[in-house]
Design a protein around this ligand. Sequence first.
Ligand SMILES: [Zn+2]
Length: 91
Amino acid sequence: MHFPEEQLKQVGTLRQSVYDEPTFDEYHPNGTRFWSPDAPISPRHYPANRSDVWVCTVCGRYFLRYLEGGGYFVDHRVRRLLGSLLVDAPV
Ligand SMILES: [Zn+2]
């Protein structure tokens, strides 16, 4: 994998605005689930719309990182950003 954390550098975000609350709707036209490896990555849908884009400075792979929870419980979710899974789907 692409850790330790120091190897990862943030290069962007898919969060569009701090003022608009992004949807919690997910995009699974083929019956995939939240954590399915083959689930499509739709930037306007949850959780991509609350994710930041990071790159591994060692191997150059891109990842989406999603910060789950808040307060005392914060969990970093990381998913490889694969172009083959990207879809441009309206909300
Ligand atoms: Zn790496």
